[in-house]
Design a binder for this molecule. Structure first.
Ligand SMILES: NC(=O)c1ccc[n+]([C@@H]2O[C@H](COP(=O)([O-])OP(=O)(O)OC[C@H]3O[C@@H](n4cnc5c(N)ncnc54)[C@H](O)[C@@H]3O)[C@@H](O)[C@H]2O)c1
Ligand SMILES: C[C@@H](O)[C@H](N)C(=O)O
Length: 374
């Protein structure tokens, strides 16, 4: 077993050379020692794509047809060029997305196919968005475990083998009922009670482990609930905060599936996507951690409804509580402490609740006028 012996020798040397108390990270860059975290044949060797900071990165986004991916591709294409950002998913893209830039089929459970895409397109940054969200995950635990955990293992191994910079989003859902909830700091007890939360804590820990063990350039932000106008959420606990706008415009009525006093951290999508680009571009030495909370605002359904009613007094909101979503919301942070992100790499949000509501209504107002003009 020559490969395994070589690996354990290198690992042993790395551990022995750890200074002092052993609390320093053991950084073993994959490209320096020619082995991969995945079991490989002895004649395989790995070459990372060398990525000079002056070049544009070549970006692959997995799970890109969900609420966040198309917006992120638009932002990154503006910055790095249309052909340098590839969107991928297992679903068929709508024609406007298909014609807006490169799109490719990619199932993150297919390791070989993923590796082929990374190699053939000389990918240097990987943004891993594929996931099953909190409510959908509780309805299909086996699939959530497979996509969110097995899929992540494929992504980590491919990123480590090819020297990629890897972004994996985490979430307020990575905390649970025993975490401090108001506010929730970066480092505290994390015992989530959903498969989604468990898989995200796993992702945070595995990414950080690969960073220390193999030198993987892993970067992770814990997103709040994200609110967007032109894309729909994929089955989470915070979805009500998007749906309320659609129903307010269409019917002036909204039935909320969370209690009126359920306070959760939230963020407008433009802030979320900009934070993602900023942390990906941050110099490595600015990052004192690899997983950061980011925050913008916190509100309850009642407060969001009141802010909307300032502009749409006719809006009627009723409540029909979904016990699954309510139990999840009750276990999540109410306020997020993101002081480390603000200190380390200058994170600053632009949208608070009034700006969020105004921006969402402006978006729908424009759409409504356009629709009635056609
Ligand atoms: N939207 C939010 O409020 C929010 C908040 C916190 C964290 N996040 C995280 O951000 C990421 C993106 O979120 P989103 O809201 O766009 O999610 P989404 O549910 O809208 O989209 C996820 C996408 O993953 C794809 N997918 C599922 N199985 C796949 C597979 N086997 N291979 C490839 N793709 C697959 C789906 O087709 C879907 O398009 C997720 O990891 C999510 O956990 C989102
Ligand atoms: C918060 C986030 O991870 C997602 N919107 C969910 O509710 O599941």
């Amino acid at each position: 077993m020559p490969v395994i012996r070589t690996i354990s020798k290198v690992a042993k040397q790395a551990l022995l050379s750890t200074p002092g108390c052993g609390c320093q990270p053991v950084t073993v860059a994959v490209r320096n020692i020619s082995f991969s975290p995945r079991q490989v044949t002895s004649d395989a060797s790995f070459h990372s794509v060398s990525f000079s900071e002056t070049d544009h990165p070549k970006v692959l986004i997995t799970g890109g047809l969900g609420q966040l991916g198309v917006g992120l591709a638009k932002l990154l294409r503006k910055r790095f060029g249309k052909n340098n950002v590839i969107l991928s998913d297992i679903r068929k893209p709508p024609s406007n997305v298909f014609h807006s830039g490169p799109f490719i089929y990619s199932d993150i459970l297919d390791y070989k196919n993923l590796r082929e895409i990374v190699v053939n397109n000389r990918i240097t940054w990987l943004v891993h968005y594929s996931a099953l969200l909190s409510a959908v995950g509780e309805a299909n635990v086996a699939l959530a475990r497979s996509v969110n955990i097995t899929g992540l293992h494929n992504i980590l191994d491919i990123a480590a083998e090819h020297g990629l910079r890897l972004f994996v989003p985490s979430t307020i859902g990575a905390f649970g009922p025993s975490s401090p909830r108001n506010p929730t700091p970066d480092l505290c007890v994390q015992r989530p009670r959903t498969i989604y939360g468990v898989s995200k804590v796993h992702a945070e820990l595995m990414g950080e482990y690969y960073h220390h063990r193999y030198g993987l350039d892993f970067r992770c932000l814990r997103y709040p609930g994200i609110i967007s106008a032109d894309s729909m959420p994929g089955g989470g606990t915070t979805d009500y905060a998007v749906q309320i706008f659609h129903d307010a415009i269409k019917k002036a009525k909204f039935e909320c599936n969370l209690r009126p006093d359920s306070r959760l951290p939230m963020m407008y999508i433009d802030d979320c996507l900009r934070a993602t680009l900023e942390v990906m571009e941050a110099p490595a030495d600015a990052l004192s951690m690899r997983t950061y909370n980011i925050n913008a605002m916190s509100f309850t359904p009642e407060e969001l409804a009141q802010e909307l009613q300032k502009q749409m007094p006719e809006l009627e909101v009723t409540y029909d509580i979904d016990p699954v979503r309510q139990a999840i919301a009750d276990s999540w942070p109410m306020n997020f402490d993101d002081s480390n992100a603000r200190k380390d790499w200058g994170w600053k949000h632009d949208y608070d609740l009034p700006e969020l509501v105004q921006t969402m209504l402006n978006y729908f107002g424009v759409e409504t006028r356009m629709a009635s003009a056609n």
